[in-house]
Structure formats: structure tokens, C-alpha cells
Design a protein around this ligand. Structure first.
Ligand code: DHB
Ligand code: FE
Length: 309
């Protein structure tokens, strides 16, 4: 057998060589991606310098833990949501609170409390930000209250920092689990920063600079809502008025997920949240869906479920 190859015969050999059956799906996907990359490299006459620089970039991307930033910024996270929405539409179960991306910055084990929680503290926005109450009800597909649903809420500080990932923040800062009460009600207070920006240096920033793109997300709060028997909900809400709301680098804004904020709300009734002066307030209800597929009720976050953690 000759071991001289043409581009085409090399690709054919790369995609067909095997000593065992392997995993059929992995073979199909890797075969397709390899074929597409061979084509791209050939069509664009990619040079060895470009190729090895790209490999080094990928190595640094993994080493800095920034792969989840690139997937969001190149639209893959939203693509998966669109595909799940399409599947729901086809199955006739497209209702409830819209799903939204999880993002790469969830951390398990946030402090849990019943009915209400305080996410911010004196360090958030150095006391300068506007205190906001978010309150609402968790309901099921028939609009009935969902008692004892566990709502994980997390967001970043005024520097775009998420605790655990950003130096100097307290453990679980701006992360809480809130358990809805017997009527499905919940509430929390926090202080919202203007938005999030990808790190100023590193592989993600290098790519976005080369693409002539910014790396900003509008201010948002993430949620993961779990109740046995119901479909686990991963979503997020946006703060209206943010200059990046229609220009999210992660393409995650959704029309049904922009908060309606009341200003200068009477603090009466919010003393247990440490609120004694007029604040902002938004009502947001979580409409959970009936579980259909076997893993719909899996309580794990998307990433933990994929990694079987
Ligand atoms: C990224 C950051 C987020 O806060 C988020 O919710 C999603 C993605 C990111 O840096 O890619
Ligand atoms: Fe985020």
C-alpha cells in the first residue's frame, strides 16, 4: 500500500481508519468536523504559522478556563436553546417562562433560605447602587402555585465579577438559593450592577478584538428553578435600559425576560430584607413546565448534568 496521500485520500483515510467500532456518534461528528476543517484550511490557504498559533490559542483557552466564554460569544449557547425551543414547539409544549442560557459561571452550594434572601451586601457597588426587590410566584403549567421550589439566583458585581471566579469576592457572594413558600411565593433583594464584560486580557479578549467585537453583556440575573415532578428551568432576566440589552455579546436577551421595574417603591413590608428607604421593585413569576422527557426533572444545572457530576 502506498503511504503517499493527496488531500482527498488523506481525509478519506483519517475518517475511515479504525481498530475497533468505537462510538458511532463520535465517529460521525468528528468525521464531519474534520472534513469541514480540511476544507476551510485548504480553501483559505491557512499557513502553518496560522494553524499553530490557533492551536496555541486553543491550549490557552482551555488552560484559562475560558471555553464557556467563547461558546456563549459565538452563539452556541443560544443555538442550543433555540433547538430546545424548536423541539418544544414540535411537541406542542412551548409555554411557560422562556429558557435562557446558563452561562459558565454557576457554582453549587449557595446558602439556602425560605421565602426570601438578600444577595447583595455592603460591598456590592460599594453601597452606591440602587437596591432592588425581585418578587413573584412559582407556578406550574396550569398556573397553580408550586410550593417549595428551589430557586438558585446568581449575578455579578459592579466589576463584572462572579464570586468564586473573581478574586477578592466573598464565598457565594451574590449567589443564593431561595425556597418558595406554601403559595409558591418568593422574594429577594439585591443591588444590580450595569453589566458584565469579558476579562480585559486573555484568549477570549484576543479573539473578540480580532473579530472587531465587544465582550459586553447587559445586566442580568441567572436563575435555576427546581421542583420534583416539574421540568427544571434555566433562565435569566435582564434589567431594562441597559445599553447592551439589544447587543448582548452572548445573544441571550429574550423579549419575555426583561424585568418591568418600579422606582421609588415604599419600603414598608421589606424590613426583613434590610430595606428602610425607597427602592426599586420588579415582579417576576416563574412558570414551570410539565416534565415530558425522562431527564426533564433532573435537578442539576445543564453543565453538571452533561458532566454527570
Ligand atoms: C459569559 C458571562 C456571563 O455572565 C454569562 O451569563 C454568560 C457568558 C461569558 O463570559 O461568556
Ligand atoms: Fe452571567
Amino acid at each position: 500500500m502506498s503511504n503517499e496521500f493527496t488531500k482527498a485520500s488523506l481525509l478519506e483515510r483519517v475518517n475511515s481508519v479504525k481498530i475497533a467500532e468505537g462510538d458511532e456518534r463520535v465517529r460521525a461528528l468528528v468525521g464531519r468536523i474534520t472534513t469541514d476543517l480540511f476544507k476551510t484550511i485548504d480553501e483559505f490557504q491557512v499557513t502553518p504559522d496560522e494553524f499553530w498559533a490557533a492551536c496555541d490559542w486553543l491550549t490557552r483557552l482551555g488552560a484559562t478556563g475560558q471555553i464557556g466564554l467563547i461558546t456563549a460569544g459565538l452563539g452556541f449557547d443560544r443555538l442550543l436553546d433555540i433547538m430546545m425551543d424548536e423541539a418544544d414547539e414540535a411537541a406542542g409544549i412551548a409555554a411557560g417562562t422562556p429558557r435562557a442560557i446558563e452561562g459558565p459561571l454557576f457554582v453549587p452550594g449557595a446558602p439556602q433560605s425560605d421565602y426570601e434572601a438578600q444577595l447583595d451586601d455592603d460591598s456590592t457597588l460599594r453601597g452606591q447602587g440602587k437596591v432592588m426587590v425581585v418578587e413573584g410566584q412559582v407556578t406550574d403549567h396550569e398556573g397553580k402555585p408550586v410550593a417549595h421550589a428551589v430557586i438558585d439566583a446568581w449575578h455579578c458585581n459592579e466589576q463584572g465579577g462572579y464570586s468564586h471566579f473573581f478574586p477578592g469576592m466573598k464565598e457565594h457572594e451574590l449567589r443564593r438559593k431561595i425556597v418558595s413558600d406554601a403559595n409558591g411565593n418568593y422574594r429577594f433583594r439585591t443591588t444590580i450592577a450595569p453589566g458584565y464584560e469579558i476579562p480585559p486580557v486573555g484568549p477570549t479578549r484576543e479573539l473578540f478584538t480580532a473579530l472587531g467585537r465587544h465582550g459586553n453583556r447587559p445586566a442580568h440575573i441567572h436563575f435555576h428553578v427546581v421542583k420534583p415532578g416539574h421540568r427544571t428551568l434555566t433562565t435569566q432576566v435582564n434589567i431594562p435600559g441597559d445599553s447592551f440589552i439589544d447587543d448582548d455579546f452572548a445573544f441571550a436577551t429574550r423579549d419575555g425576560l426583561i424585568l418591568n421595574i418600579e422606582h421609588d417603591v415604599d419600603p414598608a413590608g421589606y424590613a426583613s430584607l434590610g430595606i428602610t428607604a425607597p427602592c426599586e421593585r420588579a415582579r417576576f413569576d416563574f412558570h414551570m413546565q410539565k416534565a415530558v422527557a425522562a431527564d426533564d426533572t433532573d435537578p442539576r444545572t445543564r453543565m453538571a448534568k452533561a458532566l454527570k457530576q
